[in-house]
Design a protein around this ligand. Sequence first.
Ligand SMILES: Cc1ncc(COP(=O)(O)O)c(C=O)c1O
Length: 975
Amino acid sequence: MTLFDFFQAEELPVPAITPTQARDIARNHFGVEAEATALGSQQDANFLLTGTDGKPIGVLKIANPVFSRIELEAQDAAAAYITQAEAGVRTATNVRPTGFPAIAELRSEDGAVLYARIITHLAGGTMSGGQYVTPARAAALGRLAGRTCRALADFDHPGVDRVLQWDLRHALRTVEVLAPHVSDPHRRDAVEAAAAAAWQVVADLADDLPVQVIHGDITDDNVVCSPPDTGRMPDGIIDLGDLTRSWPVAELAVAASSVLRHEGGEPVATLPLIEEFNAVRPLSPAEVEALWPLVVLRGAVLVVSGNHQASIDAENEYATGSLDFEWRIFERATAVPTEVMTAVIRDALGVAHPADPVAAESPLLSLDPRTVTRLDLSLESDAMDSGTWLDPACEANLAAEAIAAGAAAVITTFGQPRASRSATLSPVSPATISTGVDLWPAAPVALTAPWEGVIEAATADTVTLTGAPGTVEVRGALGVDDAVRSGQTVAAGATLATADGHVWIQWLRRPDVAVPDFVRPEYSAGWLSLAADPGPLVGLEPVAASSGDSEALWRRRAESFATVQEHYYDNPPRIERGWREHMLSTEGRSYLDMVNNVAILGHGHPVLADAVARQWRRLNTNSRFNYASVVALSERLAATLPDPLDTVFLVNSGSEAGDLALRLAMATTGRHDIVAVAEAYHGWTYATDAVSTSVADNPNALETRPSWIHTVPSPNAYRGRHRGLDAANYAPEAVAIIEDLAAQGHPPAAFICEPFYGNAGGMALPDGYLRAVYAAVRATGGLAIADEVQVGYGRTGRWFWSFQQQGVVPDIVTVAKAMGNGQPLGAVITTRAIAEKYRTQGYFFSSAGGSPVSCVVGLTVLDLLEREGLQANALTIGDHLKARIGELATRHPIIGTVHGSGLYMGVELVRDRTTLEPAAVETAAICERMRELGVIVQPTGDRQNVLKVKPPMCITRESADFFVDMLDHVLTTGW
Ligand SMILES: Cc1ncc(COP(=O)(O)O)c(C=O)c1O
């Protein structure tokens, strides 16, 4: 029996079978009664068979007549083999109904022999389309491809030795044969050129590439996924139609290239897939080198084959609809030179890079290296304080300062991620890493050839010399020597030019690959492998610039820092600088900070930093001494509150403040019972933890309540027992519980509650709620505690204290977080009478609470809050944000509602607006994707389905818009 040979075969479109004919085939040849619905395919006719109950029975596959029976038998055998070899890999196998053949032979209307089979239908849906693929899903696809490849390593069958256009061993030939079908000449030329260059690399490695049977088409279209709650991870394979003997690394290249067609599918998006494949089925050095050229070849084959198929089968929507996707794969595969991607892959897999270049023979500049100053432009440099990095002229300004201070020349560092190249509000990481150095000489300085070589270019502002150690290029304020001409060979030490101002110097290892001056961190391992540090050309020691390895730091952290302490993200960036509402990673990526409700003034506020530094130099002690700031802060705080709240305790945190408030209530009333709102969080100390029943903060919260804690239902008007207008029922319910406690002989010492409900996502309490509950608790002789730790200090925009929204005055107020802008600082403010009752417990002292430094922080925060109009900003920007997110909700059904006021908001995400099923997995994934787009946002709430929107209160409208635009983008393109 002859096996298929693409290069010999006639062009055959997909067999023309209608759904009705498919239904008849299922009935007549397999005894299966079913409805048949056409499924797209490039070469076969596939139909989904469903029973009378609408449930899938299987997939009827009628193979293209170019394929022989033995090839189909090979595919069925391979599917069964994979199922056996790799438990957990779901595989579509031949179902062969009893009494019927595994493969039925039929005749088409024109008399051709057609082979039909019924294959299992695997539930879960594919990854088709252009939606975003998370790194975890890409990794799962890599794992699946690796496991399939591993399973098939020992498989063989006479039906696998076919010649397919999809077999990358024939890629160049396929491109050559089919390229004429690409009608756009630019595209055709690009595809042919890229394929030829990639093939050259692969051909040189071919002898070292192992060969085995491979699936050959493990792509987004040919995998099925697990249910949404497990993240829709690809865990099953369908369609073994391209089964053939080929290079196992081609299995990986095919899978990796399929990621490139998706939203955000840039070349580095394939790394998780490649790493995971390598973990399951380790790649040999030759396979690593061949991988990206094969991805390019796959892209080229897809483009030419797609155009070919569309030309012979214009009716096939599946084929014509894919053309854009195929072009996108090719474009992205070639967006970065293969040399660069190969080095990036080597780096990701921990494979050694090739050897270093040889040294220069003669200096490029005749400068005494001791007179040259290095300019540190990393974000850890003090020169980047106070947002200096945002000024485009900062590099030149800093160089001028160093020259003014006596430097003969100023030079930057090779490979350094520069804060000065960072960009705020950017959805992609900016190109921050330098592949050369800048040099500013104080006076004109001669440039001489560092090695013997050929002058490649000599223009008014550029001189380029290529010799054995590579190419050196100098660009900028140059006076190129008249005698220096392009094409000329010069000896080491020959004069080239004079630098009389800023110049850029690059040392490239390979003259044939142009390297951009600045590259993105994700690709820096690749680009930097093609360049060398020009520092030694100036007589300086080479510098190993670091991007501050965030992963290594994260591992070290786990070794010494108790891991029970919460953290954001599984693989967090290393953040070492902040400015206003922006946070900067050591790679120079700027993130918009939407979660730091503590830093109300924003990050790195210079006035606060100066005030603290001044006070530290002067005095820091404790409040047993008599100094002005503790008085001033107490007066200022008391003045923000209505009478009779006039007496202040200063502590160090919200937990301490809450603890003290509870003790004050117990001391005042002589009682021990406390009433709290269910699902709230008040702190981690023994007492504040006792009153906290948020399961997000403590999964055992409900079981471990001491008997003296009593909760009233969470007054959640969105998803609680009483919703909408019925939320008015929460107050009488709480009142009844309090009255009942009193009747049973347990009148509470206090009722504690956040006046805006934080753990529910920043929700306002039902109107009149606190008025009724405060009245009830006071009627029994208890006190009302307002936890303003999160919601005080103007964050809600309309009110400085959130209890004002409810028209009540508590007996005790706790505050922290914003009060110190992140410095440990908290306070309890109460009446003189209640404060005095503490004496029954002893006397109160907190070593650092109310220290001069803390008080200066507290006073400066209040000053700046006022001076910079931050409460008003919270209102304006908050209203704007709420309106814009509200508009998103009209287009994205996942947004259930938007809670909150001012810059204290929660965007609640649901799977269904009627059942309100929380979209927790989705919320986590959306946060991850937002981070990729440069926004830090996190889930909150007991169901972890609310995006907390609590940025520094200095946030600008532009930043708020960026957040909403990115959220819109994620909700539109996937997460
Ligand atoms: C409402 C509320 N109260 C109290 C606290 C405890 O504050 P701290 O973390 O400063 O101890 C928190 C902290 O998240 C809080 O959100």
